[in-house]
Design a protein around this ligand. Structure first.
Ligand SMILES: C[S@@+](CC[C@H](N)C(=O)[O-])C[C@H]1O[C@@H](n2cnc3c(N)ncnc32)[C@H](O)[C@@H]1O
Ligand code: SF4
Ligand code: SF4
Length: 346
């Protein structure tokens, strides 16, 4: 264990407590990074996906440029996400624009469309600082979860090739079906040159949690409550096992959210809101949906204006979003937050 861990934890707690107080008083720092959802279309059909499939509209290239202009000059890093970003025919024009504006870019993809030709094109973008992929099991299970017989081989090839040019992280959603094979998955990924491996318990919400949250629209994988099939102890053992596999390699292993590691009992029992003081780090990162709306986060898709016609500075400090943030923090977040990968205890 890191000797500085308790000290660091204390420092972060203080930092987030102070931030929380500021936000409740109506003060929020100017963001340095933002996430843009390029499209909600996808070539896969994963069983647990929470993306908002009702959202059909997409920004044109010109509109995208306006949105980026309205995010800068404050924002210096853009995370591109979907759906599947490689379905955008103009993705390389989008990247050209971000490079010309000196903006750093991180891309999240399922990897199946990142073939040798696209990777060669991507490799010249010095401003791309990282690419994130998703693997949810060994070949057969991954393909079953992702609804495609060829997904696994394509994604593993893309991970291996991309790691020769960029920092690569891989994300696995912990599901009942794959919990027992996570170490096996990680062992396959180890020789591919990845720099980070993230595992995160499946986010989902029940109909009651969505109703009690009292906000619309919510993009969540909605299903009946059945807890998780793994315990807090199982999670701790899993993390320990993965850490041991890393040995001398410089690969970071992350169990997200942090709550699942340090307050695992409450996280698994679904009692974090009752028992712990919570904060959400992504309150500080603006998220833009595929139509240019500033939305609250990847789950709470409430809109607070559109970046096609209004600069971020104006939207970010608007009355409605300020009130919404305050209410959210005063209620110790919302019921739909309690299995979210962005949760923090403070
Ligand atoms: C919505 S996807 C979009 C990017 C891309 N299509 C992909 O699959 O990586 C972003 C990330 O969320 C993960 N994800 C999907 N459904 C999830 C869920 N119910 N709980 C937690 N993570 C989920 C995906 O595995 C992926 O790593
Ligand atoms: S590939 Fe990503 S966006 Fe597409 S269905 Fe799967 S998790 Fe959702
Ligand atoms: S914790 Fe709640 S507010 Fe924060 S990102 Fe998750 S769902 Fe959104």
């Amino acid at each position: 264990m890191d000797l500085y861990e308790p000290f660091n934890r204390y420092r972060w707690k203080r930092h987030f407590n102070a931030l929380k107080k500021d936000i409740i008083r109506g003060r929020i720092p100017s963001p340095r990074r933002a996430t843009i959802e390029l499209t909600m279309r996808c070539n896969l059909n994963c069983q647990m996906c929470f993306r908002d499939q009702e959202q059909k509209g997409e920004l044109t290239l010109e509109e995208f440029k306006t949105v980026v202009d309205n995010l800068s000059p404050g924002v210096r890093q853009i995370n591109l996400i979907g759906g599947e970003v490689f379905l955008r025919r103009d993705l390389f024009e989008i990247l050209d624009y971000l490079r010309d504006r000196d903006l750093r870019v991180r891309i999240q993809t399922n990897g199946t469309l990142l073939d040798a030709q696209r990777l060669q094109k991507l490799s010249v973008y010095w401003n791309v600082t990282g690419v994130g992929f998703s693997i949810d099991g060994p070949r057969e299970l991954h393909n079953k979860i992702r609804g495609s017989n060829s997904a696994y081989d394509k994604t593993v090839a893309a991970i291996k090739n991309t790691a020769q040019f960029f920092q690569v992280s891989v994300n696995t959603v912990l599901l009942d079906e794959n919990f027992s094979v996570i170490e096996e998955v990680f062992k396959t990924l180890l020789p591919l040159g990845i720099s980070e491996y993230r595992v995160e318990p499946e986010m989902y919400a029940t109909t009651d949690e969505v109703r009690e949250s009292g906000v619309e629209p919510i993009a969540a994988n909605i299903r009946d409550y059945r807890g998780y099939s793994f315990s807090a102890e199982d999670l701790a053992d899993l993390k320990k096992g993965l850490d041991l596999l890393v040995e001398e390699r410089s690969i970071k292993v992350v169990l997200a959210p942090r709550v699942a590691e340090i307050d695992a009992e409450d996280f698994i029992a679904g009692t974090v809101r009752e028992d712990k003081k919570l904060f959400c780090k992504h309150l500080l990162v603006p998220r833009v949906d595929s139509e240019g709306n500033l939305v609250f986060c990847h789950i709470i898709k409430k809109r607070f204006g559109n970046l096609r016609d209004t600069p971020l500075d104006e939207l970010w400090t608007g009355e409605e979003i300020t009130r919404f943030r305050r209410n959210l923090l005063e209620q110790n977040l919302l019921p739909v937050c309690k299995r979210c990968c962005r949760l923090r205890t403070i």
